[in-house]
Structures are given as structure tokens and as C-alpha cells.
Design a protein around this ligand. Structure first.
Ligand SMILES: Cc1ncc(COP(=O)(O)O)c(C=O)c1O
Length: 389
């Protein structure tokens, strides 16, 4: 393209986003991003920041007397890194529960920050065994951090936290929990579960655009971070971020994404307007509707036990003889609906259907099912050589 020409304005297609995230955002969330820009040091913005922090703390069920909650200007991955970088020093022992792709990512990040990582693995479709985690923790002389994924997006499995939280507490270790897919969709209670560092993202059950990562710390974790003689990360220094987001007058740390903050404010406002318990119940009902209909079609969930099946993310095994990727492509191209496939090289063949935020409703489920039925039927009739690219 010659140097002085510009392409036409973009015109992305309208999609129904029913994959593992991002999900669609409500019209009022999009509209919030069109409000006037202000500067990151504007006192009027600082009032908005405090409202975001307050609403997020309540979504995380963080006791207002305990620690603090704020969103990072990043996605979930940097929030994983923030927890590890702020809570451990090189050589520290970290016990990680790995029941899928994101547990493995946690272990990988901890290694990059110099941790001695002990992994406790679970087969695809199962949560990590609480007793095995407790044994692994007890077998180490000193564990600094125990990390698990609450809602493993690569499998659709919920990780029970009770035994792991108790074992971490007994060992005096910090408990870090990935709430990326759980926050806003199923019960998360950082104070009751004594979670020292929880992190999430905005593009899943909170239904805001991707680009921010809410984190929530206990007092214990916050004190540790404040007392560290040599903080390891600047961009993700949680003590410095606290002094911008929460302490007044605000101390500059970086230029925050103002329009994303407006969007998050609106998404959180909608969540609180609905009520958290009602929101969890809506996700539960939508998930049950989908999972019942899939079972009725003879399709099997990856989750080995319905008791740990997430409502907001259902991983379905692709039946023998079906080209799962071709079906997904048809669902996207012919029906405008995004669903996910398997994640990572070891993943079994699967479809991952997300019902997050506003998409957790029976009408959306019925649209996904109709598209899946049509795509499966079309694939069954397709001659071998006519694959959709
Ligand atoms: C459980 C879990 N953890 C971490 C991440 C990483 O988040 P992001 O893609 O926002 O960096 C994801 C993303 O899907 C996830 O599902």
C-alpha cells in the first residue's frame, strides 16, 4: 500500500460469542466507552476508580477490612504473573495444581520467576485431588505459595477449594486462585475461602471487553508485598498500583486505559444491579439447559463428574468420526456463532461452549444448539473432498 493511503474503516462481523471468552458486551457497556476522555490524573477519574474498586471488591466478596482489590491494565495472563512476581522470590517452593492448560501456564510462569515448582496433576476432565495437594504441600519443608485454577477453561471443570485452602493455611503458604472464568459466573468468596491472591479478567462472566484484570489481595499478601525489600516487578508492582487506585492523593504509576475503566464500571454496575446470587443462578440455569440438551443428543461432557461441571463453560467430547474443527468452522461461518475447540497440544478433541455474562440464557443456548445440529448434519452429508476451509 502506498505510504499516504489508509484502508477503509473496519467493519467487524457481529458474532454471538459462545466460546471460552471473550463474551459479548451489553450495549450500555459499549456506550460507556464513548463517554468523554479524561486524564489519568484527573480527580474526577479518581472518584470513578474508587467506585470500580468498591464494586470489584464486592464481586470478589473481599471483606472491606481485609486487603484490597483493583484491576490491572492487562489481561488475565499478566495478573497470573503479578501474583507470582509479587509473592515469591527466586528459589521459593510453589505447589501448583494442574488440571488443564491454565494450571500448566501457572507452573510455567512460576518457573520463569525462579520458583521450585511442585506440580500436582489431574487427568483431563477432573479437578486436582485435594488430598494429593495436601500431601504434596506437607511433603515440602517450606511452601511459599499454593496455586490452583478455580474454573479450568480448557476442561470446563470447577476446582473445589476447601481442602487445598486448609492445607495451604496449615503450611503458612499463600493461596493464589485463578478466578478468570469463575468471577461473576459462579460463587467466588475470597474472604470465606481465605484466598490471598485472586485474579480474573474482564472478558468472561463480567462481560466487559478484554483488557483489564481484576485482582484481590488479603492483608497478609498486601503486607508481604509492602515489606519486600526489593520489589521484583515495576509494571505489576501491586503496592505501587494500590497507591494509584486507592490511596489519595493518587500517586502516578502508569497511564490507565480510561475508556476500559468506564466499560468495566458499567459492567460491574449491571452485575450489582442484577445481584450476584441472581447472576450465579442465571449462569447455573443456562448451563443446566445446555448440558441437559447435549446429553439428550448423546454428546458427552469432558468433565468426569457432573458435580464439578461448570455452568458457564461446557467442554463436549467430539464424537468418533466427526471432524470437530469443520463443525466449529460451519457454526462460525454459517451461523455467526463462535465456539471453542481444544486448547493445547495434548487436549482431546472437544468443543467448548461458553455461556458467560449476558449470553447465559436459554435463548442463546437454543441458538447454539440449533447451529450445532445444523453443522453436524451438514458435515455428515458432506462428501470427503468438500471440506470447508
Ligand atoms: C483460566 C484462565 N486463566 C488465565 C487465562 C489468561 O487470560 P487472558 O487470555 O485474559 O490473558 C485464561 C484465558 O482464557 C483462562 O481461561
Amino acid at each position: 500500500m502506498p505510504i499516504d493511503t489508509a484502508p477503509a474503516p473496519i467493519a467487524p462481523p457481529a458474532r454471538l460469542l459462545c466460546g471460552p471468552g471473550p463474551t459479548n458486551v451489553a450495549p450500555s457497556v459499549l456506550e460507556a466507552m464513548q463517554r468523554p476522555m479524561v486524564g489519568h490524573l484527573d480527580p474526577d477519574l479518581h472518584d470513578i476508580l474508587l467506585e470500580v474498586v468498591d464494586m470489584l471488591g464486592r464481586v470478589y466478596r473481599r471483606d472491606p477490612q481485609d486487603g484490597f482489590t483493583l484491576p490491572l491494565s492487562s489481561t488475565g495472563t499478566a495478573a497470573m504473573e503479578a501474583g507470582i512476581a509479587n509473592l515469591i522470590d527466586p528459589g521459593a517452593t510453589v505447589v501448583v495444581g494442574v488440571s488443564g492448560y491454565f494450571g500448566a501456564r501457572l507452573a510455567c510462569i512460576a518457573r520463569r520467576w525462579g520458583a521450585r515448582v511442585v506440580e500436582v496433576r489431574a487427568p483431563w476432565g477432573e479437578p486436582v485431588d485435594g488430598a494429593a495437594m495436601a500431601d504434596a504441600i506437607a511433603a515440602q519443608p517450606r511452601v511459599r505459595l499454593v496455586a490452583v485454577v478455580h474454573a479450568e477453561t480448557s476442561t470446563g471443570v470447577r476446582q473445589p477449594l476447601d481442602d487445598i485452602a486448609a492445607a495451604a493455611r496449615d503450611a503458612g503458604a499463600f493461596l493464589m486462585v485463578d478466578c478468570v472464568t469463575s468471577l461473576g459466573g459462579i460463587r467466588v468468596d475470597t474472604s470465606a475461602d481465605r484466598i490471598d491472591f485472586a485474579y480474573s479478567c474482564t472478558q468472561k462472566c463480567l462481560a466487559a471487553p478484554p483488557g483489564m484484570a481484576p485482582v484481590s489481595l488479603s492483608d497478609r499478601a498486601a503486607d508481604h508485598i509492602r515489606r519486600r525489600p526489593r520489589p521484583a516487578t515495576f509494571a505489576l508492582d501491586l503496592a505501587a498500583l494500590h497507591d494509584y487506585w486507592i490511596r489519595r492523593p493518587a500517586a502516578y504509576h502508569h497511564t490507565v486505559p480510561v475508556l476500559h475503566i468506564y466499560a468495566l464500571h458499567e459492567a460491574l454496575r449491571l452485575a450489582h444491579d442484577e445481584g450476584l446470587e441472581a447472576r450465579w443462578a442465571r449462569h447455573a440455569a443456562a448451563g443446566a439447559h445446555l448440558q441437559g440438551a447435549l446429553a439428550g443428543r448423546g454428546l458427552r461432557a469432558l468433565a468426569s463428574d457432573p458435580a464439578v461441571q461448570l455452568p458457564q463453560l461446557t467442554a463436549i467430547r467430539v464424537p468418533e468420526g466427526v471432524d470437530g474443527d469443520a463443525v466449529r468452522r460451519r457454526v462460525l461461518r454459517e451461523h455467526g456463532i463462535e465456539v471453542g475447540g481444544g486448547l493445547g497440544p495434548d487436549a482431546p478433541a472437544m468443543w467448548r461452549v461458553g455461556l458467560m455474562g449476558d449470553n447465559a440464557n436459554a435463548e442463546t443456548v437454543d441458538r447454539v444448539l440449533a447451529a450445532l445440529d445444523a453443522a453436524l448434519a451438514a458435515e455428515a452429508e458432506r462428501p470427503e473432498e468438500l471440506a470447508i476451509a
